[in-house]
Design a protein around this ligand. Structure first.
Ligand SMILES: Cc1cc2nc3c(=O)[nH]c(=O)nc-3n(C[C@H](O)[C@H](O)[C@H](O)COP(=O)(O)OP(=O)(O)OC[C@H]3O[C@@H](n4cnc5c(N)ncnc54)[C@H](O)[C@@H]3O)c2cc1C
Length: 290
């Protein structure tokens, strides 16, 4: 049963930040409630005050100002999936959203809520880290921008202070000859990934040698995890099938996957090999044709 709480529905960011500043650890921000309400029903989170930010329409936007794509934290998953700006500049985000949860959840859950929840099985985080995105965190006292990669600290723990709201995700334009891909292993369409992988590959102009690689895994550790040894293996080499298979092996050995009813740690390690090889291959092909 959910413990009683006092409910606020601010209409502006300023109003929300003022409430957050006042109640700090005693309060919780709620966006779509798709993840928070589950924790509240289980009694794992029991805030005295609930600050519902869903009505702050200023945080629902997607734009491209030539210096990259900016996504407001209250943008719905479904809006990102369907956005012509996203499809033009970061198609991989739209592809990822298509596999995230059900249509009903995508129509209510927000991108900011997904990231702030800090679930290592979440789909957007690996893609944003592969895209080298940054997150804007705002409090009544000011704002700061952190790399998506540094935002995730432990299982369901992120780098948000109690008085901060995540307001925006900033995706820089990719370097030339870059391709990005994401896939996850699901039993049924819309399930959380048993494991997932995103890769971004940048090729040197003309010769197909890998200039840069970012490989990020979901549900493979307590946070969305960069497979840095696998990345290092690819950088500076011409990508071949054997090298991709080796990168999968290395990424698998770097991971520390959980074991649960959906799969043992060993099974996840095997699947990481497959999914890293697959997304790196796809990212490379996209880089070639970009
Ligand atoms: C049936 C089901 C299936 C799902 N499947 C998937 C899946 O396959 N892949 C996947 O990635 N996710 C999945 N999810 C999670 C879903 O993506 C949610 O959209 C996501 O967790 C965020 O939900 P929300 O916006 O409702 O956030 P809420 O539940 O409202 O909030 C989540 C957390 O973030 C905090 N928060 C929210 N917004 C902000 C903000 N702007 N600033 C600071 N803190 C904030 C809240 O305090 C809370 O701690 C699934 C959820 C359900 C219910």
């Amino acid at each position: 049963m959910i413990k009683d709480f006092e409910y606020f529905a601010p209409k502006t960011l300023k109003e929300a930040l003022k409430l957050l500043d006042k109640y700090q650890d005693e309060c919780k921000v709620i966006a779509g409630g798709q993840s928070l309400l589950i924790l509240m029903r289980q009694g794992l989170v029991a805030p005295e005050y609930l600050i519902d930010i869903k009505g702050i329409s200023d945080l629902d936007y997607i734009n491209d100002d030539g210096k990259g794509v900016r996504i407001g934290a209250l943008t719905l998953h479904r809006t990102i999936e369907k956005s012509p700006i996203i499809q033009k500049h970061c198609m991989v985000l739209s592809e990822m959203e298509r596999t995230l949860a059900t249509l009903q959840t995508r129509n209510w859950g927000t991108i900011g809520g997904n990231l702030a929840h800090g679930d290592p099985a979440g789909d957007p985080a690996p893609v944003f880290i592969a895209l080298d995105a940054s997150l804007k965190l705002v409090s009544a006292g000011g704002e700061r921008v952190v790399k998506a990669e540094e935002f995730f600290q432990d299982y369901l723990e992120v780098a948000l202070e109690p008085d901060e709201i995540l307001t925006e995700i900033q995706v820089p334009p990719p370097p030339p000859h870059t391709g990005t891909a994401h896939e996850k292993l699901m039993v049924m369409q819309g399930d959380h990934g048993i494991v997932g992988a995103a890769a971004s590959i940048t090729l040197k102009s003309g010769n197909g040698v890998c200039e840069d690689a970012r490989i990020v895994l979901s549900n493979a550790a307590s946070i969305p995890m960069r497979a840095k040894k696998a990345e290092k293996l690819l950088i500076g080499k011409a990508i071949t099938d054997d090298l991709l298979a080796e990168a999968g092996e290395v990424a698998s050995s770097e991971a520390d996957p959980p074991a649960d009813v959906h799969g043992t740690a060993e099974y996840r390690r095997e699947m990481i090999k497959v999914f890293v090889r697959r997304v790196a291959q796809k990212a490379q092909e996209r880089a070639k044709s970009s």
